[in-house]
Design a protein around this ligand. Sequence first.
Ligand code: ATP
Ligand code: MG
Length: 464
Amino acid sequence: MIRKFISRLLGRKPSGPCVIPHARHGIRREAVSNGSRRVVETLQDNGYQAFVVGGAVRDLLAGIRPKDFDVATSATPEQVRQCFRRARIIGRRFQIVHVTMGQETVEVTTFRGHHGQQDTPRAQTDDQGRVLRDNVFGSQKEDAARRDFTVNALYYDPVTETVTDYHQGLADLERKTLRMIGHPATRYREDPVRMLRAVRLAAKLDFSIDAETLRPLGELAGLIENVPPSRLFDEMLKLLSSGHALKCLRSLRAEGLHHGLLPLLDVIVEQPQGERFVTLALENTDRRVREGRPISPGFLFATLLWNEVLIQWEALKAGGERPLPAFYQAMDEVLGAQAEKLAITRRVASDIKDIWALQPRFETRSGKRPHGMLEKPRFKAGLDFLLMRAESGEVDAALAQWWSDFLDADGETRAAMLLAQAPDTQKKRRRRKRKPAADATDAVEAAEATDSASAATAAATECP
Ligand code: ATP
Ligand code: MG
């Protein structure tokens, strides 16, 4: 009786959702994007249920600007497609519709069924409980139940300005708590990526993870290994580009989740040298994201895996391999080991290699090479990488400074810089050859006359 009374007071039908009015939640319809609003209105005009859902509602309530606005509806993908002029069905695990509204593309998803119930077919799972296929349509209530966290299961209707809440998501949001819907361990088994999402969203929202939701993480961390590598790569990239990468990686480590992600990350973060470097790289990335500047996945993964390359390189050299072949072999081995777990795309892998391959070459500061270096496609990224290595104390700061100066210098200064770095024997020979020229300025001019200091050095070497 009392419960019924409270439910009525909260606008909740017995065993139904809570329908929260604007006065309580505060989201104005202007806060959602034009495109998503028009999509919802059109679907409702056609007799379907439709709401803005998921991360957008959560972020609006938390005072964060949403990345995008997704819509959930009772219409099937085909019915959605028929409501709009520019709509495309995208089919992967579950069909969704991309509706284009002006510049905006709105992702529209049909309510998903809560598999495993009596009147719906059981979702196909692997022997660890991971859901392989779950393409069953359902009601809004079922759709809410199969979302991951309570704060992600809120449905906003811009027409009535109400929020529909089946799992007390609004209360959790106000308590700044991330809580799994249903039985946490089962939900993680169904989809181990939810463990990574828990860590990422808690960091992004600055929420704590509810104790029951947190508890299974340590025990189930190993299930991440079953996640297809391409999905893991996408999720890892989301995490690293969230603007809270450092915090996320620290939580992953605390929960023992980092092993399955980047198998070598545990080695990296446990080495003092590596830790400093990875921390700097992540701080740098987070700063860039927060300032709205682009980040390069290649650069990011290159930093995370660098220490492992160094370890492998040293081991190969100690085994008698020559330095450069050993370096290339170390690069391939490290990337190969990651590829098994994390489908690093070919383009990203090639960027990583380009950045790494420049590093030993930075050691050469005389001859023709430095000029050639400036022409390399990833030179700037390679130099940023070198600067970070210097900042972490791995290489001499003077080396990184020299390259920064070399990049900024004009031709004359570059030639002088190269000459200053040339081995003494070369300098002596050079001086002998240019006997009448008394000072350094003459030497630089001579170098310039042959277009580069390296060419001048080469010429000097040939002199009797
Ligand atoms: P963000 O976009 O900020 O990264 P998000 O929660 O919006 O976070 P999306 O991947 O855009 O993440 O997912 C949209 C919604 O789909 C989520 O809010 C959640 O309701 C649901 N969802 C996403 N991934 C899962 C999952 N693995 N299990 C259950 N529900 C999920
Ligand atoms: Mg989202």
